[in-house]
Design a protein around this ligand. Structure first.
Ligand SMILES: Nc1ncnc2c1ncn2[C@@H]1O[C@H](COP(=O)(O)OP(=O)(O)O)[C@@H](O)[C@H]1O
Ligand SMILES: [Mg+2]
Length: 231
């Protein structure tokens, strides 16, 4: 029998449909997924295949029409909005294609935003922050505004922001989609080395096969249907 003891996230029969004028679009068609603690999972699929919709549901940013998402025994799909928001802030990190940094705040202020709602500064946390900043190579950029940073640096700041609360799980939606190949490769390898260092679980959606192939566990999304890629 499979060992389920280290399953961090489980999605069961997740269905998401949108009404577009007079047709119903099935963005996610009864997806099932189990994610082990500490693993790196990729989901590859063409544009419009439902990747972002699924990722947002797994991360509790959106709710399915039916089906459940459970993270460490917490059923996200049943939680009240306030509880879900708190859970997300403490347990979940998100990295988007466009970094969504707040333009009026410095890199460091942006990185610290998630900590204002939850985690109280302590020593372990300060060490974690230092480690992140060092690993991502943004130590000399912390007091700059986003507009003073390159695209790759902005995305590295966004990664630090996603990881600052030491989340259980990090979801990345085409995290290097706005970068050129060289920058994309650099940001990806930084993300993966930070992941190793702090042992986090990462779920990444991408349409880039080179990126998807770096994951230990791979899924394909095709027209709303999620299936494992077996090698
Ligand atoms: N808010 C929405 N309202 C209506 N249709 C949507 C919405 N979000 C996504 N869709 C539709 O769901 C399908 C999957 O979209 P999406 O999850 O964004 O795919 P991907 O991230 O793989 O490009 C598409 O057909 C898209 O048009
Ligand atoms: Mg998308």
């Amino acid at each position: 029998m499979a060992d389920d003891t280290r399953i961090l996230l489980e999605a069961v029969d997740v269905l998401k449909q949108y009404q577009q004028y007079d047709t119903v679009v099935t963005a996610v068609n009864r997806a099932n997924l189990k994610i082990r603690e500490g693993s790196f999972v990729s989901i590859i699929g063409a544009s419009g295949s439902g990747k972002s919709t699924l990722l947002h549901i797994l991360a509790g940013l959106d709710r399915p029409n039916s089906g459940t998402v459970t993270i460490r025994g917490h059923i996200l799909t049943n939680m009240k909005p306030d509880d879900l928001a708190r859970f997300r802030g403490e347990q979940i990190g998100m990295i988007f294609q466009s970094h969504n940094l707040l333009p009026q705040f410095t890199a460091l202020e942006n990185i610290l935003i998630p900590t204002m709602l939850s985690r109280k500064p302590d020593l372990a946390y300060a060490e974690h922050l230092q480690k992140l900043v060092r690993a991502l190579g943004i130590g000399d950029r912390l007091h700059h505004l986003p507009s003073e940073l390159s695209g790759g640096q902005q995305q590295r700041v966004a990664i630090a922001r996603a990881l600052v609360n030491m989340p259980q799980i990090v979801f990345a939606d085409e995290p290097t989609g706005n970068l050129d190949r060289a920058n994309a490769d650099e940001v990806m390898s930084l993300l993966l080395s930070v992941r190793k260092e702090i042992g986090m679980t990462l779920v990444m959606v991408t349409h880039d096969n080179t990126l998807a192939e770096q994951a230990e566990v791979r899924y394909r999304m095709d027209n709303g249907v999620l299936s494992p890629i077996l090698d």
